[in-house]
Write a protein that binds this ligand. Sequence first.
Ligand code: ATR
Length: 270
Amino acid sequence: MTDRYCVFGNPISHSKSPVIHAAFAEQTGDDIEYAAIAAPLDDFAGAWRGFTAEGGRGANVTVPFKEEAFRLCDVLSQRARRAGAVNTLVLGKNGLTYGDTTDGIGLVRDLERHGMALAEARILILGAGGAVRGVLEPLLAAGPASLMIANRTASKAEALAADFGDMGTTRGGGFDAVAGPFDLVINGTSASLAGDLPPLPDDLFAAGATAYDMMYGAEPTVFLRWADERGACTVDGLGMLVEQAAESFFQWRGRRPDTGPVLEALRQSL
Ligand code: ATR
């Protein structure tokens, strides 16, 4: 019988997850169906219950339901607990709902695929919202020399750094407190959406540094153009999207798809 999965969001029609998971399933030979479902804004739990009652085995969760998904889980992974959010739901054979967040491991795997050595790296991450909180656990677990969180609202960056202080040298502040050089600068703000650039000093990048934008598009973001002009290697977030999906797929199916060809095809379609 075909196993059913989906991605929940609202809105959801733009989601690339159905295409990615269909490509994974074709590769591994798994017989699955993967749909995009717009859950009602006021009843995410009902949408998940309804889906599982009709044979759904697991789901991805995106904006604006990641925190609500976190709250309904019976069992949470360590990284989901630290993120306070869930992007992967798994219905256990015992009927319990398991929650994980694969965004951070997706980011780490994409960085590693680009040859980035995270251990001992000096990392700056821009933003202190849900997207940044969601990736901090795997990033810090990779053992960087230091991690600074900089945000427009400095107090949010300070609070987030304090929350993760037990995992390594983390520091939080406003953009004016940023002092390089850094080996890796990650843009986790939504500023790119508005075509904005956080105000940053020119001497941010160490030699051979990488600039990573968690956003992606047909054209490089303002942040990546800015970083390219200052000599950094630039990477957008499309690979993170594919890698986080691969980790979800692994949790549901026990098989790891080859992400390279799927990412390449997706890049062509942008
Ligand atoms: P997400 O789930 O994408 O993280 P969020 O929780 O709303 O969304 O967080 C958005 C992040 O982008 C925040 O860090 C926000 O900064 P503030 O905390 O000061 O609001 C940041 N952000 C959004 N627009 C920005 C802009 N134009 N310049 C700089 N930072 C911006």
